[in-house]
Design a protein around this ligand. Structure first.
Ligand code: MLT
Length: 339
């Protein structure tokens, strides 16, 4: 084949390939091609955390973002969109392009919001695809260091006697800290003054500083302060003690067995995101959760990755459906509504 005919042949070939990718690109899959996942991610992925930076949900998100980015071959940027117990951030992702480039990390709050907010602006099962569960974090009841009650039953007696004076911090209506606070008040038979924050990161800072009296928060946020003796800790809200906090009794051991709650977390993308993209994210999540570094970091903070079969879209959807039903009843019985 002469040089000129060879380059003509090559030119023809380049032309053919060029056209194929052009057609695929024009097939309206927004940055992705063919089955939707080819070429995904073609830009930075944004992980939206609906609470403050430095808090428990932010901490878990940043733990898995890096290994997931490595697996996906792209960059993940974490963005905190705070407000209204996590519903502002969730609402923003529900409206985002269904191209897999905007991902929401949310927790039990996704299942409580519909029962609490009249005008929510999204429906968890309709407006989102579930990608997979991430972890289920125990909660701890903690107080400022100089708060008088010594034990959980002392705390119940104290808040009963001082209900109009005691302040209970949380991260807004529908947040995990709010729900746990609600369960505590129901169990103790009291109504306390609640102090809302945009996340339990800043709430814990104020608790250590003595500005608020007590709160219920995830071990992924409180473990360090408990181990350092910077806060008083009464109990953990799970049936078994947490390995990283061996001296902290369970609520059952401490006399309030009805106060059981842990905070399941999962990843979501807007409804309509190509199934192949969801599958790619779920696969990357599984790999990230198996990383020894992630396992170790989670263990240090009192939690663990979910089992691989739970880090799947279907298992996550099943959990969400079950929790939506469960919390609707608890919230209706408690007669609580976001104003
Ligand atoms: C946070 O990250 O601040 C928490 O998850 C808030 C909460 O739900 O209590």
């Amino acid at each position: 084949m002469t040089p000129t005919s060879r380059c003509r042949a090559t030119a023809r070939m380049v032309a053919v390939i060029g056209v194929v990718s052009l057609v695929a690109a024009c097939s309206g899959n927004g940055g992705a091609t063919g089955s939707g996942a080819d070429g995904y991610p073609n830009r930075n992925i944004t992980f939206v955390v609906p609470f403050s930076a430095g808090g428990p949900t932010d901490t878990v998100t940043r733990m898995i973002a890096e290994p997931m980015a490595a697996q996906l071959g792209g960059k993940i940027v974490v963005r905190n969109v705070e407000g209204a117990g996590g519903t502002v951030g969730a609402g923003e992702v529900a409206q985002a392009e269904p191209d897999g480039l905007t991902v929401l990390m949310h927790h039990i709050g996704m299942s409580t919001a519909p029962a609490l907010y009249e005008k929510l602006g999204y429906q968890p099962l309709k407006d989102f695809e579930t990608v997979g569960l991430v972890t289920e974090v125990p909660m701890t009841i903690v107080a400022r260091k100089d708060f008088p009650p010594a034990t959980l039953s002392d705390l119940v007696a104290y808040v009963k006697a001082n209900a109009n004076k005691v302040t209970l911090a949380n991260a807004g209506i529908g947040a995990a800290s709010h729900l746990c606070g609600l369960l505590f008040q129901t169990a103790a038979g009291v109504k306390l003054q609640e102090v809302p924050y945009q996340g339990t990161g800043p709430a814990l800072t104020d608790l250590v500083g003595g500005q608020v009296d007590f709160m219920c928060d995830q071990t992924t946020n409180t473990s360090g302060q408990i181990s350092a003796g910077k806060v008083k800790a009464y109990a953990v809200t799970t049936p078994a003690r947490v390995k990283s906090l061996p001296d902290l009794p369970t609520t059952a051991e401490a006399g309030l067995p009805q106060l059981q709650v842990s905070v399941w977390h999962g990843l979501y993308v807007p409804a309509g995101t190509p199934p192949e993209v969801v599958r790619k994210l779920s696969e990357a999540l599984k790999v990230a959760l198996a990383e020894p570094r992630v396992v170790e970091q989670m263990a240090k903070l009192g939690t663990a990755p979910v089992a691989p079969e739970a880090a799947t879209p279907q298992a996550h959807r099943t959990k969400l459906e079950e929790q939506l039903g469960a919390w609707a009843k608890v919230i209706a019985d408690a007669g609580v509504k976001a104003s």
